[in-house]
Design a protein around this ligand. Sequence first.
Ligand code: PLP
Length: 344
Amino acid sequence: MVGSAAIMTQLALADIRAAASSITGTVLRTPTMPALSLSRRLDIELLLKLDHLQPTGAFKLRGAANAIGKLPAETAGVTCCSTGNHGRAVAFAARARGLRAVICMSELVPKTKVEGIRALGAEVRIIGRSQDDAQVESSRLVAEEGLVEIPPFDDLAVIAGQGTIALEMLADRPDIRTLLVPLSGGGLAAGVAFAAKAIDPSIKVVGISMDQGAAMHESLKAGRPVAVTEVVSLADSLGGGIGVKNRHTFALCREYLDDVLLVTEEEIYDAMQALYYEERLVAEGACVVGIAALMAGKLPSPEGPTATIITGRNVDMAVFNDVVAGKDVQLGDRTIKGRSYSHG
Ligand SMILES: *Cc1c(COP(=O)(O)O)cnc(C)c1O
């Protein structure tokens, strides 16, 4: 296929190996933990890549550190308009390189998020009442002050950085047969699937998203990048579009993912409880979509050791406490009915 040949020339396993060496010192090399209790419960061998242990609380530090590491030392600074895990990653990675970081956000962003980004050493610029206004300011900083915008997923250096997760996992456990990857913009899934299949083409890589507002899933179905309506989800880090002018992640996910599965909010709720009670881990809803798919039987008898990535721990603690206490959770105009965890 002409398309796949074009993709192959853009990203190589060597780029991911180079990223691994470039990000050392800023990014932690995280463990791949056998989840003994969940394995017993699910009757499979389940491994968890604990990337929520990164200093910023999420794997996105890998991609940001790799992209920022490639900039020349005389770069005026970096910018982005993410208030979530990507914004934290850009702030932290820029400080590690001694570069200025300006994170643009709207005045609707909660104070705790603003403080969190400031505490990581970045300047915060509060502009307007929407993410679009914040994006305008970020673009102005690029055009007028020479800052470099660091994209959250659709960038080859970011994708290569996220792909280092697969190198570490397969170094620890070369016997992994199935990888379940939380999927939003697809930087993580593209990097991990590309690297894993470059090492062992027979590994199965499955992307998982929530069942409403799953931009990559809708785009793959349509055969081109499409916009989706955003829906409030327990997996809040999986929200957002892939960009209708997507350059890399759509093609890479189409080429390298074996499948994409969707899980409901109820299934995410149950899996958050399971990860907490069985493995005692506090993690975001986005991390448990793979476990949710297994618990719901959406991946019938996966072959061999199966691994998923615990991608972040920046969970809203009020929501987390309600979930593990078995209380109702309000998501926009939807109510997820509370239920207690049934211990195996
Ligand atoms: C960004 C993010 C994801 C999804 O990564 P993409 O590269 O956008 O697909 C998953 N989990 C967490 C915690 C994230 O912050």
